[in-house]
Ligand binder design. Structure first.
Ligand code: HEC
Length: 91
């Protein structure tokens, strides 16, 4: 039973991350690509990146979501934050 619970938890987490990646890739890459010579994800890994904390990441995603005009729910926004944090920032 304990393994089943752990497996369900891992599956749900993986699905949320995949969902976050999809939301991000569909809505956020184009503008970032234009800022980075076609390497949008380098915005998150460059030496002088702006975001320094998880709180900062939440704020930045909220602001960029307005710029991207996506109208996400809080849950969708959190999925994107989790995706960016697990993939790039690792706070
Ligand atoms: C209309 C253009 C535009 C769109 C669309 C956009 N962004 Fe951004 N984003 C920017 C700009 C400009 C910066 C700041 C770049 C800099 O500091 O040089 C930025 C920076 C960021 C950063 C911080 C990078 C760092 O320096 O650590 C994150 C995180 C981010 N955006 C997330 C998102 C997400 C998530 C979306 C999709 C909802 C999105 N952005 C859509 C323009 C955009």
């Amino acid at each position: 039973m304990r393994y089943l619970v752990a497996m369900i938890f891992l599956t749900v987490s993986a699905m949320a991350l995949a969902q976050g990646k999809q939301l991000h890739d569909n809505n956020c890459m184009q503008c970032h690509a234009s800022l980075t010579d076609g390497k949008p994800n380098s915005l998150y890994t460059r030496d002088k990146r702006g975001v320094k904390s998880l709180e900062g990441l939440n704020k930045r995603v909220a602001n960029c979501a307005i710029a991207a005009d996506v109208n996400w729910t809080k849950e969708q926004q959190n999925q994107v934050v989790d995706y960016l944090n697990s993939q790039f920032y690792k706070f």
